[in-house]
Design a protein around this ligand. Structure first.
Ligand code: PCD
Ligand SMILES: [Cu+]
Length: 808
């Protein structure tokens, strides 16, 4: 047999790894043919809506549902009393705490779910919500975690014993009724000793404000209890559908095989859709009670007010160095505001996530991290926003500490970073706080970034600008924001990462059809990342069938193998690895079939792009398409028919993507308006599967970073009122605010991942926030600025200029 196309053409035809294959899901998204939770319409379906608390802290004296029930179209109004006999008025959180599903005796944050109205349509439900009469008695509100730790006001009465003693929490002893846990990593004494005797020490306090990802689609679910067959089907905005199935089974007592959980198309998740919300539970209970499907979809204000928040970390740092700028020690303490219930989605062993990556990209000999979690009268969560596991906070902390240390040393901050980078030859590198970084080449990336923006030239221009400003020739100052980050993604190792006790492996199951096309199902779920596009590319390269002939399915627990879902940039590091490994199993069987068909020994054939060829005789081959057909249509002695494989992958380590970002910003000191002149982002995520998808991920993550750094915030007043509950007050950047990003890359493969890939989805956010913030801070550095807190909105920037005497 002879081929009429070249090897290069065969490679290109597969659209495998490294190809900027167009996203297959976009055909339906761009034509309005997506299928989201709210698109699900079932016969007889009812609609739920919540009565929510207007108070941040209040006792509930009574709830009167009579007027609501009298409204035509209202079928049921559920309160905690109705859920109590089922044991469903409280639910476990992912952090080992428990959370009220519906207010049980009191409310602990504004917007908390008090009652669930079920009605014939969404509008009747909303009208009935207004008719539910709740008698509240207001209690003292605690929104400041430091005050909360001093206060006599007990927020969680359920967590104090009758004799007034404080039982241990899920993470050990608690110091105060409003205290959740203390988590310590590293050596505090040794660190203090180094810092106390150091030549140079910089200290700083910073607040990483509370914010919220704000996906286009809010959270929702549709529950349908088929009482005849005992089957519960639940559609919802779930980033981890299998975990939802297991939790739903444990909570409801329905056997797991009788529950089907489906995540249909998801309109952005960003960590917001990892947790379990009262709405999910209430839609299930309502469907069980009424015997018909019940839909619950929250509106934008409900979403901003009550779903999982992010950050809210008060961080205190000390960093020491020699006069030459070699860092000798790092001390970090965090007061973590967790709101009313501890609902973080961290693996059990990590109550503050991976905050202990806070030594960053630097070789720091000794370090200590202490975190205290605190209850306040704010919404629970603490999981989300483009880094499930607190890496954004860690990287912001170290990248600010580096800048402050540079001020203390009177040294260029780019140079200070270079002096302290973990060196290429030090990998795998074990950091002082325990993580083993798999691979990196930081200096090369840094040099490339600085050269690309002409860093020396920029600093000269900035110096000139300072002179011009002082001479009254301009009212604009110029900032150069730098950040170098190391992410930690791909949880990951089952031995130390779990969700509610379930180890964080992931999975892929492949079935090759006789005509040479295939379907692969994974335990993850895309929320816009483009998995249907990229996972097919991994397989195309591994098994030699065109990506266009491979369907990727996720999110239906009746068909997909068990997996832990998509967040923490874990899909590529974990499910991507499972995909490659399953592909290799297919290939191994294909090799036997090929050898049989070619009448040679197994070892005498080798894989080449899309076929097995006889070694030394490339004209003798069988394509994967031929092999697929033979697997079903030829009885091959000693081999089962068919061509399928499954892999459950437990990664040996996390992956550690990294990057170098530079932002050039001009700031009008009289209006406080920043203008981003340039943003350069170099990312290293190891082997790149789809460069176009990666670029899209980086644009998205940077835009969310811009939002958080420059204005986005969930703010509360002293009464616990949410001040930013609508998109009028909550900053969501549009094309108007967003600059043209310049993207670049280096490739340092992960040594333990089967295809060398690391995650990338979270990286631009993790590295972007400190970069934007550093740009603002750097603009004011020549005028005496050391640190100001985010978000740097126009008003705060104006105040910074004002406090530095730049207006007079
Ligand atoms: N090397 C490499 C890597 C990666 N890639 C690609 O890219 C993407 C991504 O990936 P990753 O990194 O692995 O990740 P994932 O897991 O898939 O995802 C997750 C992420 O993702 C991001 N992105 C995004 N996008 C969209 N569109 N949407 C959304 O929602 C989102 N989200 C966000 C977040 S937030 Mo968290 O949840 O907070 O934790 S986490 C996260 C995909 O598609 C993949 O395939 C490639 O290509 N290559
Ligand atoms: Cu993360």
């Amino acid at each position: 047999m002879k081929d009429d196309i070249t090897r290069e053409e065969r490679v290109a035809g597969l659209k495998g790894m490294g190809c900027s294959r167009k996203r297959v899901e976009d055909a339906r998204f761009t034509q309005g043919k997506g299928n989201y939770v709210d698109d699900i319409k079932l016969p007889g379906m009812l609609h739920g809506d919540f009565v929510r608390s207007p108070y941040a802290h209040a006792r509930i004296k009574s709830i009167n549902i009579d007027a609501a029930m009298a409204l035509p179209g209202v079928v049921a109004v559920l309160t905690a009393k109705d859920l109590e006999p089922l044991g469903l008025h409280w639910m476990p959180t992912l952090a080992g705490d428990k959370q009220m599903v519906l207010a049980d005796g009191k409310v602990l944050f504004q917007g908390q779910e008090v009652a669930f109205v079920v009605a014939s349509d969404r509008y009747v439900a909303a009208d009935a919500v207004e008719l539910v009469e709740v008698d509240y008695e207001e209690l003292e509100v605690l929104v400041d975690p430091f005050k909360s730790l001093q206060s006599d006001v007990v927020l969680r009465e359920d967590l104090v014993a009758e004799d007034g003693s404080i039982p241990n929490g899920a993470h050990g002893p608690r110091k105060h009724p409003n205290h959740i846990f203390t988590w310590e990593v590293g050596e505090e004494e040794a660190t203090n000793q180094v810092i106390d005797n150091a030549e140079v020490v910089a200290t700083e306090e910073m607040y990483y404000h509370r914010t919220h990802p704000c996906p286009l689609e809010t959270c929702g679910s549709v529950a349908s209890m088929d009482k005849v067959n005992g089957k519960l089907t639940l559609w919802g905005t779930f980033q981890a559908p299998h975990v939802v199935r297991t939790v739903a089974s444990i909570l409801s007592g329905i056997e797991e095989h009788n529950i089907r959980v489906v995540s249909p198309d998801i309109g952005g998740g960003f960590g917001n859709k990892v947790g379990v919300y009262p709405g999910y539970v209430c839609s299930i209970v309502a469907s069980i009670v009424t015997g018909v499907p019940v839909k619950w979809v929250e509106d934008r204000m409900e979403n901003l007010m009550s779903t999982a928040f992010a950050r809210d970390y008060w961080m205190k740092g000390k960093i020491s160095a020699t006069k030459e700028g070699k860092i000798t020690g790092l001390h970090c303490h965090v007061t973590a505001d967790h709101g009313a219930f501890d609902a973080c989605a961290d693996p059990t062993k990590f109550p503050a996530g991976f905050m202990n990556i806070c030594t960053g990209s630097y070789d720091i000999p000794v370090a200590y991290l202490g975190v205290d979690g605190v209850y306040t009268n704010k919404a629970p969560g603490g999981v989300s926003y483009r880094c499930s596991f607190r890496v954004t906070e860690a990287v912001y902390f170290i990248e600010r500490m580096i800048e402050v240390l540079a001020i203390e040393l009177n040294m260029d901050p780019a140079k200070l970073r270079s002096i302290n980078f973990i060196k290429k030859e030090q990998f795998p590198y074990t950091a002082a706080l325990g993580w083993e970084y798999d691979s990196g080449d930081y200096q090369t990336a840094w040099d490339k970034a600085l050269a690309a923006v002409d860093y020396t030239g920029l600093r000269a221009e900035q110096a000139q600008r300072v002179e011009d400003f002082k001479a009254g020739k301009t009212r604009k100052v110029m900032g150069i924001g730098l950040s170098f980050f190391t992410e930690i993604v791909g949880a990951g190792p089952v031995k130390n990462c779990d969700i509610l006790g379930m180890g964080m492996f992931d999975s892929c199951e492949i079935r090759i059809h006789p005509t040479g096309s295939a379907v692969a199902r994974l335990g993850t779920i895309s929320q816009g990342q483009g998995h249907a596009t990229t996972f097919a590319q991994i397989l195309a390269t591994e098994i030699g069938l065109p990506a266009d002939s491979i369907t990727i399915e996720e999110g239906d627990t009746d068909t997909a193998p068990y997996g832990l879902g998509t967040y923490g940039s874990r899909s590529t590091p974990v499910a991507g690895a499972a995909t490659a490994m399953a592909g290799r199993k297919i290939r191994a069987k294909a090799q036997m079939i090929a050898a049989y068909l070619l009448e040679v020994h197994d070892d005498d054939v080798e894989f080449d792009v899309d076929r097995f060829v006889v070694k030394g005789a490339p004209e003798r081959f069988k394509t994967m398409k031929d092999i697929a057909y033979a697997a079903y249509h030829q009885a091959i002695p000693g081999l089962e028919p068919g061509l399928e494989a499954v892999s459950y992958y437990d990664p040996p380590n996390m992956t550690y993507p990294f990057g170098a970002y530079v932002c050039v910003m001009d700031i009008d000191v009289d209006t406080g308006v920043p203008e981003i002149r340039r943003f350069y982002a170099l990312d290293d995520c190891g082997t790149r599967i789809n460069p176009m998808v990666i670029e899209g991920q980086i644009h998205g993550g940077l835009t969310e970073a811009l939002a958080v750094a420059l204005g986005q915030e969930i703010a509360y007043d002293d009464m616990g009122n949410v001040k930013t509950g609508t998109l009028m007050d909550f900053f969501l950047p549009t094309a108007w605010e967003v600059p043209n990003y310049e993207t670049d890359f280096t490739v340092t493969p992960s040594p333990h991942h089967p295809i060398g890939a690391k995650g990338v989805g979270e990286s631009p956010h993790v590295g972007g926030v400190p970069c934007f913030s550093n740009a603002v801070q750097d603009a004011f550095r020549p005028f005496g600025n050391r640190h100001t807190n985010m978000p740097h909105d126009h008003w705060r920037i104006w105040q910074t200029a004002n406090s530095l005497g730049m207006h007079g």
